[in-house]
Write a protein that binds this ligand. Structure first.
Ligand code: MF3
Ligand code: CO
Ligand code: CO
Length: 266
């Protein structure tokens, strides 16, 4: 990364406050929608809730029209890894669904997601959701000022491996700020670039591990150009937080009041 670019990405106290406000609103939105994620509710209804609550508060749903995305949030059911488009599908008992929310508050982004169990789900689904949740929290826990991005990939990958699951490689966490997706790239597996990239105080980014029950390989839906599924059509789960690195360690910007807290057993 060039020095000029690096400086622009590092937030001063004003930028940090703005990102705290964006993250807080995004978390509040998750708290508002969570009780509605239930059997009998369509993913379109969840999208409508996200759009209305965001607009009513004077903010902007970031996904809407982002590179042509047609809706205000992503709803990824069962074998869908990410970028599922809300539609007529009605959630049913036994499904798992990831709700990914991103809001623009006064020009700054908050981005977070949770995977929900619809009624009773299979033991495998539960273990997969647990692994995805625990791997996100483990990755946050090991963060230190100036640590390499690859520490995140190590933390996620070792948990997935222990649980017998796989980690998606084609889609990654990302820097976050005035842009939805910016540097640095935050892969959930270690590689040479992430070993060389450090996380200094003032940087903002997401961690959003996508964990597959079967193989890590993905397929993009050719008809809508967005929906990403597991190649083997086995289940996938994901959780996401927006993080600010400070001089004393990581700050989770999208912590919710009512969502699962670290240590939660699904
Ligand atoms: N919220 C997703 C992420 O975590 C990105 C969704 S892009 C969209 O990066 F266009 F599908 F909304
Ligand atoms: Co997201
Ligand atoms: Co993200």
């Amino acid at each position: 990364m060039m020095l000029q670019q690096k400086l622009k990405l590092l937030l001063n106290e004003n930028g940090r406050s703005a990102m705290r406000r964006a993250g807080k609103f995004n978390a509040e939105l998750m708290d508002v929608i969570r009780p509605h994620v239930q059997a009998g509710v369509s993913t379109n209804q969840l999208d409508k809730l996200a759009h209305e609550y965001t607009s009513d508060h004077g903010h902007i749903p970031a996904p809407l029209n982002y590179q042509g995305f047609p809706k205000s949030c992503c709803t990824s059911v069962n074998e869908v890894i990410c970028h599922g488009i809300p539609g007529a599908y009605v959630l049913q008992e036994g499904d798992i669904v990831n709700l990914d929310l991103t809001t623009i508050v006064d020009g700054w982004h908050g981005d977070s997601s949770e995977t929900f169990l619809i009624g009773e789900v299979s033991e495998e689904a539960k273990a997969l959701i647990q692994c995805s949740f625990d791997s996100l929290n483990a990755a946050i826990q090991i963060l230190k000022p100036d640590c390499p991005v690859s520490d995140i990939g190590e933390a996620v990958t070792s948990r997935a491996r222990d649980a017998g699951f796989s980690v998606v490689r084609e889609y990654v966490g990302h820097g976050l700020g005035r842009e939805f997706h910016q540097e640095p790239s935050v892969p959930h597996f270690p590689n040479r670039e992430s070993q060389r990239t450090l996380l200094p105080p003032g940087i903002c980014f997401t961690i959003e591990p996508m964990i597959n029950a079967g193989k890590r390989l993905t397929q993009l839906d050719p008809t809508d150009g967005w929906t990403v599924r597991t190649k083997d059509l086995k289940l996938s789960a994901q959780f996401e937080h927006s993080i600010l690195m400070t001089e004393t360690g990581p700050e989770i910007l999208t912590k919710t009041q009512n969502g699962p807290q670290p240590g939660h057993v699904f």
